[in-house]
Design a protein around this ligand. Structure first.
Ligand SMILES: Cc1ncc(COP(=O)(O)O)c(C=O)c1O
Length: 454
């Protein structure tokens, strides 16, 4: 019997627990450090930045499964389960013997997987009695997702939006405002760190690292407020584990198991979430699935970065994390996949990559958009540029199968839709898109400013 085009689990099959991959990792990543003391960040210290439950989740290395709170499960029902789709039409167009499946997370107004963690983070903050939150957003999907969750659960929200994105995507900004959140283009004059960055770089379009610094500072200066982050952190990978758990339940129901799992990697949240349930088998020696992170050649933290302690933000006010990084002062060139323009990478994924459990590749944006257009024409979904990085590599793997005649099963994460990225699509279609690749000496500028921690 052939697999259906789409597999939707029933509503009551939405996973009831998040999976914490750290409980199965043979070795833990190095701890977050308090930059003031150089010592591992304590729970109490983290609680001054994040709400209590999220701070606890951040440090928990042993609890394998966390119950998903009931209000969050109820919220998920509005857009989950999300489908696993067999890309029959893409396979046919490629003439590949490979079987290609994708998990589609773009079927909600935020247009991405970010809503999975947004709902959980807002719920925990609300439950603690906090009244407002701050965050950053780059491409805009995280800000949109958080504004949706904040509106639903009744929290005030201020979003520091990377200035270049706020200018390029006025409608993304309007969507966030529609859900009632305030938007501040970053860097701004509302924070000390923003003013300092503007003084040094008055014309900067900003970066995710700057926006994080501003949002953290603002949360610290606002009563009953905490900061929330849409990627990188362990707590975010925990919430995103629902992607992999659902994928596995759906594919188990048709007796399919991936040979290769592929995801784009910005800060690592969708990839960490997608691979989790399968990585668990791999870590236990039950499978030899390959896991592939795909990043832009313009911002190659895994493939060309260093595995060292670094700040998570440009203003150097967050805890230090040991991760693959290009340096917190690295300013990525203008690439259209805004959500992948981050200097660092999730400490969990960095550790898995460093220890050989995961691979990484980098791809040029023109090849990414070529894949995006091909995918849209054959599968009829217009992908986000970030997601199209995973499509590119899935296509490359499928074409390799065509050469070798192997019938591999490929699963990739289609994290979102690209309706707010039409300027990027136009630039590709008009033939004016440029592939930015930093030279070694450009990368050296970021490396030379890394904190000196043994
Ligand atoms: C659609 C989409 N995919 C992927 C990403 C990358 O983030 P992460 O690596 O945390 O999944 C983003 C980030 O904004 C995004 O909007």
């Amino acid at each position: 019997m052939s697999a259906p085009y789409k597999i939707y689990l029933e509503e009551d099959q939405i996973p009831k627990k998040y999976y914490n991959i750290r409980a199965d990792m043979p070795e833990q990543h190095d701890p977050l450090l308090n930059p003031a003391t150089g010592q591992p960040a304590t729970l109490e210290e983290l609680k001054s930045v994040f709400c209590d439950e999220l701070a606890r989740q951040e440090l928990d290395t042993t609890t394998r499964y966390f119950d998903i709170p009931k209000p969050v499960l109820e919220f998920y029902k509005m857009f989950r389960p999300s489908p696993v789709i067999r890309a029959y039409n893409l396979e046919k167009a490629l003439g590949t013997p490979a079987k290609i499946y994708y998990k589609f997370e773009g079927n909600n107004t935020s247009g991405s997987h970010k809503l999975n963690s947004a709902a959980a983070q807002v719920h925990y903050a609300k439950e603690q009695g906090l009244t407002s939150l701050t965050t950053e957003t780059g491409a805009g999907q995280w800000g949109t997702a958080l504004s949706m969750a904040a509106a639903f659960f009744g929290m005030d929200l201020t979003v520091y939006m990377v200035r270049a994105s706020a200018e390029q995507k006025p409608y993304r900004k309007a969507v966030i405002e529609t859900f009632g959140a305030g938007i501040v283009p970053s860097p701004s004059n509302t924070t000390e760190v923003g003013r300092a960055i503007l003084k040094e770089h008055p014309d900067t379009g900003g970066s995710l690292g700057c926006a994080i610094s501003e949002a953290v500072e603002q949360a610290g200066n606002t009563p009953n407020c905490r900061y929330v982050l849409g990627s990188v952190l362990n707590q975010v990978l925990l919430h995103q584990s629902i992607i992999g758990l659902e994928s596995k339940a759906a594919l188990d129901s048709i007796d399919e198991y991936p040979d290769i799992v592929i995801g784009c990697a910005g800060g690592g949240s969708n990839l960490g979430g997608l691979i989790g349930a399968y990585m668990q088998d791999s870590l236990k020696g039950k499978s030899d699935t390959r896991f592939v992170a795909v990043e832009p050649a313009s911002c190659p933290s895994l493939t060309r970065g260093r595995y060292v302690y670094d700040f998570c933000d440009t203003g150097k006010i967050t805890p230090l994390a040991r991760m693959y990084t290009l340096g917190s002062q690295f300013m990525p060139s203008a690439d259209h996949a805004g959500g992948l323009r981050y200097h660092g990478m999730s400490p969990i994924l960095s550790k898995l990559y460093h220890d050989g459990y995961m691979e990484a590749v980098s791809v040029h944006q023109t090849k990414v958009f070529e894949a995006a257009v091909m995918f849209a024409k054959h599968e009829t979904i217009l992908p986000a540029p970030e997601s199209a990085h995973a499509i590119r590599t899935a296509i490359d793997e499928a074409l390799e199968c065509k050469k070798t005649g192997e019938e591999k099963m490929i699963l990739f994460g289609l994290t979102g839709t690209g309706y707010f990225d039409m300027q990027a699509y136009s630039s590709y279609l008009e033939g004016v898109m440029v592939d930015y690749v930093p030279t070694d000496s450009e990368l050296e500028i970021g490396f030379s400013q890394l904190p000196n921690i043994a």
